[in-house]
Design a protein around this ligand. Structure first.
Ligand SMILES: Nc1ncnc2c1ncn2[C@@H]1O[C@H](COP(=O)(O)OP(=O)(O)OP(=O)(O)O)[C@@H](O)[C@H]1O
Ligand SMILES: [Mg+2]
Length: 241
């Protein structure tokens, strides 16, 4: 699958946040998006998923050459797109398994429930998640790291074609960063997943093989390059003083 962002402009509450951004992610590729706080990374990610409060004023989002601009978020998920939220929402009373089962249903996964449950269990063990988590309400009272792992678990069982991970490393301890990266890599090997990873830190990239690092500033991509860009940013920041 190919995700193409073409000269995208996005507004929130009448204010332009993404200001003409182009980016292409193909199945099997790893892309990294970095940039200062407030540069528009999360807004871009949410716009790709069709967040109802964001307005695309110009440009297009294409999946395999077809515009998805008119599609609702669940239709985009059905197309094979997935977003790991930067700050997952706690939903008291919505059982995690219940949620996951509905999500896989709308993604077209018709495996028998028992098999699906077994897969969820296996993936959660690989992510070293506490056993009781999947029996609890979605994200309710989960620790910061647990919430992020749960997002990766969702991705692993929903098997999207292109996934945007919004700071998958935030709040994770050193061992968990490595574990999450390894799980993401494994899933990518199995499913030819295309990845757009948003991060502030180079640590997770020690375990990944990004094809391109894109640097976003004030709603636009201002630089692109290989891993050498990361060393430069680690040394001197984004040059904003
Ligand atoms: N609904 C909204 N109304 C007004 N401003 C918004 C809205 N959503 C986002 N913004 C603003 O858009 C800018 C970009 O926000 P965004 O969350 O995309 O940044 P980011 O690059 O993900 O930052 P971070 O690295 O801190 O996660 C911020 O200044 C934010 O306050
Ligand atoms: Mg963000």
């Amino acid at each position: 699958m190919i995700l193409e962002i073409k000269d995208l402009h996005v507004e929130a509450e009448g204010k332009e946040i993404v200001k003409g951004l182009s980016l292409t992610v193909k199945g099997g590729e790893q892309h990294v998006l970095m940039g200062p706080n407030g540069s528009g990374k999360t807004t871009l990610a949410k716009a790709i998923m069709g967040h109802p409060l964001l307005k695309v004023t110009h440009g297009d989002i294409l999946v395999d050459g077809e515009s998805i601009k008119g599609m609702k978020p669940n239709e985009r998920a059905k197309c094979g797109l997935f977003l790991e939220f930067q700050s997952p929402t706690e939903i008291e009373g919505l059982g995690f398994m219940n949620f996951l089962n509905t999500a896989r249903g709308s993604a077209g996964n018709t495996k028998p429930f028992k098999e699906f449950m077994a897969e969820v269990k296996e993936r959660s063990e690989k992510l070293k998640m506490k056993e009781d988590l999947i029996g609890r309400s979605l994200n309710y009272g989960f620790s910061g790291g647990e919430k992020k792992k749960v997002e990766i678990l969702q991705m692993a069982v929903l098997k999207p074609k292109i996934a945007i991970l919004d700071e998958p490393d935030s709040g994770l301890d050193i061992d968990a960063v490595k574990l999450v990266a390894e799980n993401v890599n494994e899933l990518q090997r199995e499913t030819k997943l295309g990845l757009l990873i948003i991060t502030h830190y180079s640590r997770i990239l020690n375990y990944m093989q990004p094809k391109v690092i894109h640097i976003m500033q004030d709603g636009r991509i201002v630089r692109e390059g290989g891993k050498e860009l990361i060393d430069e940013i680690e040394r001197s920041g984004y040059g904003l003083g």
